[in-house]
Design a protein around this ligand. Structure first.
Ligand code: MSP
Length: 646
C-alpha cells in the first residue's frame, strides 16, 4: 500500500507568562481546522503546539510569587492544555521548551553552529540595572532609567554568543521573493521584511546570555544560557526528534507545510528561522502564514469591561464550542485585524447557525417525517429546477479546501453559507407543502427532500473541520453514514442512500436573545469601568485657518510609561523628526505602555505646553474613539517621524 502523504502544521509555542485568553485561540483553532481537514483528505498529519517556557520574564514572575520557574509554568501550562481540551483541539504533539528532548536538541544545534563557525563569542552591550540584574536596550529605558524599578542604569557589557544573521540577507531576500515558493503570506508582509529588516542590513543575533539564567545551558561554556529565539524556534524540529533520541519523525514530517502565527512574530519566522536552518544545512519550511490580531473593544487590551466578557471557557460553556470556533474563523479576514465583540458573536450565531443552518436541517427533517414517516420512497422525479443547487454544491469542496488551507476561512465559510441560503431558497421555490397535497406529486416531493438532505450532508462534511461537534449531530438526523460523510464524498452528488431514514434531533443552535444575554454576561462579570455615555455634540463650523494653524506630524514613540498615581496618563518620549520631546496622553486604560513603543503616531506638535500631574506635555497624541475606549491613530513604518499631516 502506498504511504500516506504527510502534512505538518504548527502553532507558535505560547509564553506561559499569564493564562491563555481568547487571543491565543485563533492560531490554534485555525491550525486545528486545517489539520482536521487534511486528516479527512487522507493525509498523515502532524499538528504541533506547545509552550515557550524560558526567559527573564518567567524567572522574575516566579521569584515574585516565591516559587520556582518550573512550578510556575507547570500551572499555566495545565491551563493552556485545559483550554485546548475545551476547544476540542486535536494536536498530535505538545512541546514544552523545558522538556529534556528539546533541551538536548537546542544544545546540539548550538554546538554544531559554533563548530561550523555560524556562532561566535563576543560582547553584548547594553544598559544594565544592577538591582534587577537586567540588560535593557536604549529604547526600552524610561527617561533613561530602568523600566522595571526606575533606578539608574549603567553602560555594561557581558560575554555572549552571536549568530551570524548578517550573512544571510541576500539568501533570505531571494527566498522571500521566489514566486514559485510564495514563502510568506500575506504578500504584504514580504515588503515589510525586506524594506525594514533586510535592506537596512541584518544585525547578528545574540543567542546566549549570562545574566538570564532560566534557560538552556550552553554545554561548552559554563554560565552561558541559550537566549530566546534560538530556543523557541527550534521546537518545530526538536518535537520531531531532530538531534535527539526521543522522537524519530524528522525525516517523515520535515519540512513543515505551514507555520501559523500572528503578525508580530512573522519576522522571527521568516528571517531568523530560515537563517538558522540554512546554517544547519536543513530544508526550509514551505510556508509561513501571519494572520492579524483579535482586538478588543477597548483598543486591543484585554479587560473585563462591561459587556465584553472574553473568557473562552465561559463562551464555550454558554454557547457551545462550535459556535465560538465558527465565529472566530468566520470573522477574521486573513491578513487583517479582527475586533471581537460578544454582540457580534451572538448575531452570527443567530443568523448563520440558528437561522440558516439550523432551520434548514430542522425544516427538512421535519418534512421528511411528516410526508414520508421519516423514510424516503425509491421513486423520485428530478427536474432541471434542481440543477442550480446541485451545481453550486459540486463547486463547493474545491473552493472550501483551497480557502481553508490558505487561512482564508472567512471566504470559505461565507461560500458554504451562500449555498445553505440557496438550499433554503430551494425549499421556498419548490413549496413541498403544496406538493404534499397532491398524491401524483409524491415522486417530485421525494426528490426535493432527497436533494435537500443530500445538500445538508455535503455542507455538513465541509463544515466538520470547523464545527466537529455539529456535523456528527447533523449526520445522525439525516441518516448519513461513515461512507457518505468522507471528505471526498462531499464532491459526490446523491451519495446519501436514496431510501434514507431521518430522525428528529435536538435544536442545533438555540437562538440567543442578544440584549438579555449581554445583560447576563454583565451580571456574571461586573463592569470594571463605566461605559461611555452619549456622543460629544458636534462642534460649530470653524474657519479653515483654524485647522491650518495646527502643526500635525507623524512621530515615533521612543519610550512610554505610566504616570505614577494616575490611572489615565501615559508619558511618552517621541521622536518628532527633529529631536525628542515629552508628551502626555490619557490613554493608559487602553494600552500597555510597551505595546506603544516603536509605533508611529499622529500628533499636534504646536500646542502650547501644559502641565499635568506635575509633568509637562508638549503636544497631543491623536486617538480615535473605539468601543468603550480609544485607539491611537497610527501609521505604518514607512512613514518617517516629522512627516507633515494635512
Ligand atoms: N513564544 C513566542 C512564540 C515563539 S514561536 C517559536 C510568543 N508567544 S506569545 O504567547 O506571545 O504568543 C504569540 C502568539 O499568540 C501570536 O503570534 C498569536 O499566534 C497568538 N496570539 C496572542 N494574542 C493574540 C491576539 N490577540 N490575536 C490573535 N492572535 C494572538 O510570541
Amino acid at each position: 500500500m502506498a504511504e500516506k502523504k504527510t502534512f505538518y502544521i504548527t502553532t507558535p509555542i505560547y509564553y506561559p507568562s499569564g493564562n491563555p485568553h481568547i487571543g491565543h485561540c485563533y492560531s490554534t483553532l485555525a491550525c486545528d481546522a486545517i489539520a482536521r481537514m487534511k486528516r479527512m483528505q487522507g493525509y498523515d498529519v502532524m499538528f504541533s503546539t506547545g509552550t515557550d517556557e524560558h526567559g527573564q520574564k518567567i524567572e522574575k514572575k516566579a521569584l515574585e510569587l516565591g516559587t520556582t520557574p518550573k512550578a510556575y509554568v507547570d500551572d499555566i501550562v495545565a491551563n493552556f492544555k485545559r483550554l485546548w481540551k475545551t476547544l476540542d483541539i486535536q494536536y498530535d504533539r505538545y512541546v514544552r521548551t523545558t522538556d529534556d528532548y528539546h533541551i538536548k536538541t537546542v544544545q546540539n544545534i548550538f554546538e554544531k553552529l559554533y563548530k561550523d563557525g555560524y556562532i561566535y563569542k563576543s560582547e553584548y552591550k547594553g544598559k544594565y540595572c544592577t538591582p534587577c540584574e537586567s540588560f535593557w536596550t536604549e529604547s526600552q529605558l524610561v527617561d533613561g532609567k530602568c523600566p522595571d524599578c526606575g533606578r539608574e542604569v549603567t553602560e555594561a557589557s557581558e560575554e555572549a554568543y552571536f549568530f551570524k544573521l548578517s550573512e544571510f540577507g541576500p539568501k533570505l531576500k531571494e527566498l522571500l521573493l521566489d514566486p514559485e515558493k510564495n514563502f510568506l503570506e500575506p504578500k504584504s508582509r514580504v515588503n515589510e521584511m525586506i524594506n525594514n529588516f533586510i535592506e537596512p542590513g541584518l544585525q547578528d543575533l545574540c543567542v546566549s546570555r549570562t545574566s538570564v539564567k532560566w534557560g538552556i545551558p550552553v554545554t561548552f561554556d559554563e554560565g552561558h544560557y541559550v537566549y530566546v529565539w534560538m530556543d523557541a524556534l527550534t521546537n518545530y524540529i526538536s518535537l520531531l526528534g531532530f538531534m535527539n533520541d526521543t522522537y524519530n519523525d524528522y525525516e517523515k514530517y520535515w519540512p513543515a507545510d505551514m507555520h501559523v502565527m500572528a503578525k508580530e512574530i512573522v519576522r522571527f519566522h521568516s528571517l531568523i528561522w530560515p537563517a538558522f536552518l540554512m546554517a544547519l544545512g536543513e530544508p526550509l519550511p514551505k510556508k509561513i502564514y501571519g494572520h492579524g490580531w483579535i482586538t478588543f473593544g477597548d483598543g486591543g487590551k484585554m479587560s473585563k469591561s462591561k459587556g465584553n466578557v472574553i473568557d473562552p471557557f465561559v463562551l464555550c460553556e454558554r454557547y457551545g464550542v462550535d459556535a465560538l470556533r465558527y465565529h472566530l474563523l468566520r470573522e477574521m479576514v486573513f491578513g487583517s485585524d479582527c475586533p471581537y465583540s460578544n454582540e457580534q458573536m451572538f448575531a452570527r450565531i443567530n443568523s448563520d447557525l440558528a437561522n440558516d443552518l439550523g432551520n434548514l436541517v430542522s425544516r427538512t427533517v421535519a418534512m421528511a417525517i411528516k410526508y414520508f414517516d421519516g423514510t424516503l420512497p425509491e421513486e423520485k422525479e428530478f427536474t432541471e429546477a434542481d440543477n442550480d443547487l446541485l451545481d453550486q454544491l459540486d463547486q463547493l469542496p474545491a473552493f472550501v479546501g483551497e480557502t481553508f488551507e490558505t487561512m482564508r476561512f472567512s471566504e470559505g465559510l461565507a461560500k458554504i453559507f451562500t449555498v445553505i441560503a440557496r438550499a433554503n431558497k430551494y425549499i421556498d421555490e419548490n413549496e413541498p407543502w403544496k406538493l404534499a397535497k397532491d398524491d401524483s406529486a409524491k415522486p417530485r416531493l421525494a426528490a426535493v427532500l432527497y436533494n435537500l438532505l443530500d445538500a445538508i450532508r455535503r455542507v455538513a462534511i465541509l463544515l466538520a473541520p470547523v464545527m466537529p461537534h455539529t456535523s456528527p449531530k447533523i449526520y445522525e438526523q439525516i441518516g448519513a453514514t461513515e461512507e457518505n460523510t468522507t471528505w471526498d464524498s462531499a464532491g459526490v452528488r446523491h451519495a446519501l442512500s436514496s431510501t434514507v431514514t431521518v430522525q428528529k434531533g435536538e435544536v442545533l443552535f438555540p437562538r440567543i436573545d442578544i440584549e438579555k444575554e449581554v445583560e447576563e454576561l454583565n451580571k456574571l462579570f461586573p463592569a470594571a469601568e463605566e461605559k461611555g455615555k452619549d456622543l460629544e455634540p458636534l462642534k460649530p463650523l470653524t474657519k479653515y485657518d483654524n485647522f491650518a494653524a495646527l502643526d500635525l506630524r507623524a512621530v515615533k514613540v521612543i519610550s512610554c510609561e505610566k504616570v505614577e498615581k494616575s490611572d489615565k496618563l501615559l508619558k511618552f518620549k517621541v521622536d518628532d523628526g527633529f529631536g525628542e520631546r515629552q508628551v502626555l496622553s490619557g490613554i493608559a486604560k487602553y494600552y500597555k505602555p510597551e505595546d506603544l513603543i516603536g509605533k508611529t503616531l499622529a500628533m499636534i506638535v504646536n500646542l502650547e505646553p501644559r502641565k499635568m500631574m506635575g509633568l509637562e506635555s508638549n503636544g497631543m497624541i491623536l486617538s480615535v474613539k473605539y468601543g468603550d475606549g480609544y485607539k491611537v491613530v497610527e501609521f505604518d513604518d514607512s512613514v518617517l517621524p516629522g512627516s507633515d499631516i494635512s
